[in-house]
Design a protein around this ligand. Structure first.
Ligand code: GLA
Length: 369
């Protein structure tokens, strides 16, 4: 095989936010918007990376010369290629042409989609035989080392393992996962995009991780066997961390402990077809993300507030890392245009901003096309 075209999707996450790097549960699904890459073997050792949407190309003269580029878009690809070089020998160089219809900075994992597409595509084209879980970790490592975000595993996992019309309950401690058919009946999943791309998002993300680790250190003083917040109950938290001495560490840990619990209960709701109870948990998650974890922003809160006031929206919350991006909403099917219009008008009135929305369909993960 000389050339291959692959596609890897972005993701939604129904519930389980900021739990992946705390060994908790997440409930993501792959969506219709995706990154598509054509990878072609070359006769020499060069690598030519092209971002079709930006009309920009980076030429790397040898596989021995892979380093962080000034072109940010290229780093997601180089980061993955470096992971391969650590494990495998490429027999030739290659060209990659990439295009994506995922909005950037909207919390739909546009970067994980690129990383997953490159990891999946290089593995197929060069028949390296690396399994999908390993490819997922390689894509995550690219984000850590080349984008500087100490992300968890959820985004790359969902992009790689997504299944049409199913959500995935992933246990981020054991990495065991189960597919659940997404049976929304009279409802649809709609994303409302605040249009806010917060510049502090990645540094704040890394700070949240550190705060959780700090919490673990404090809890370990009394409970040395604890490894992550997965092992901690609210009672242990209250015994070990004073709300007054360490208010933010306390709040971050409280949110995560509650969210890990809530995600498992929400998965049960889904199994029992109880969408109403599921939706209530989404609102509770938002409350926690906004007040305890402090990763929301006024625009996200306005959208969730508008959803709460609308009886046709049975669940809504901010989605992904936070500080901007989208809310995820479960909305009754009939009169959907009117409901969207109503929320758009409220958003415009309160923020002066245009509201963009996406109707989600749940699709297959990384694949050859
Ligand atoms: C980002 C990260 C994920 C996850 C979410 C929050 O999308 O990439 O690993 O931590 O934020 O749930």
């Amino acid at each position: 095989m000389q050339s291959i075209t692959v596609k890897a999707p972005g993701r939604i996450n129904l519930i389980g936010e900021h739990t992946d790097y705390n060994n908790g549960f997440v409930l993501p699904a792959a969506i219709q918007m995706a990154a598509t890459a054509t990878i072609t073997k070359r006769a020499d050792d060069e690598i030519h990376l092209t971002a079709i949407d930006l009309d920009d190309t980076l030429i790397i003269d040898s596989l021995a010369n892979l380093r962080v580029s000034e072109k940010q878009w290229a780093n997601y690809m180089i980061g993955v290629i470096v992971q391969f070089v650590k494990k495998q020998k490429f027999p030739t160089g290659f060209d990659i042409s990439l295009t994506s219809n995922l909005p950037i900075g909207a919390g739909l994992s546009s970067s994980a989609a690129i990383e997953s597409a490159i990891a999946f595509g290089l593995n197929e084209l060069f028949a390296f035989g690396i399994d999908k879980m390993e490819l997922t970790y390689m894509a995550q490592k690219a984000e850590h080392d080349f984008a500087g975000v100490q992300c968890g595993i959820m985004d790359q996992f969902a992009s790689m393992f997504g299944k049409k019309d199913h959500v995935i309950l992933l246990d981020c401690q054991s990495m065991e996962y189960q597919y659940f058919p997404l049976n929304l009946k009279a409802y649809q999943i709609i994303l409302f995009d605040t249009g806010i791309k917060h510049a502090l998002a990645s540094s704040e993300y890394n700070t949240r991780r550190k705060e959780c680790e700090h919490g673990i250190q404090l809890i370990k003083e009394k409970h040395p066997k604890v490894i992550s917040l997965r092992d901690v109950t609210l009672q242990m938290l209250n015994e070990c961390i004073s709300e007054h001495n360490h208010p933010s560490v306390y709040n971050r840990c409280k949110y995560v402990i509650e969210e890990i619990e809530r995600t498992q209960a929400a998965a049960q709701d889904l199994k029992q077809d109880n969408l109403k109870s599921f939706g209530e948990k989404m609102f509770n998650t938002h409350q926690g993300l906004s007040k305890l974890y402090e990763v929301s922003c006024p625009e996200l809160d306005i959208l969730v507030e508008a959803a709460l006031e609308n009886e046709n929206v049975i669940g809504a919350r901010m989605m992904g890392g936070g500080f901007g991006g989208c809310t995820i909403n479960i909305i009754r099917d009939d009169n959907i245009a009117e409901i969207i219009n109503n929320i758009r008008n409220q958003y415009q009135l309160k923020t002066g901003k245009e509201l963009v929305h996406y109707i989600v369909s749940v699709e297959q993960g990384a694949q050859v096309i």
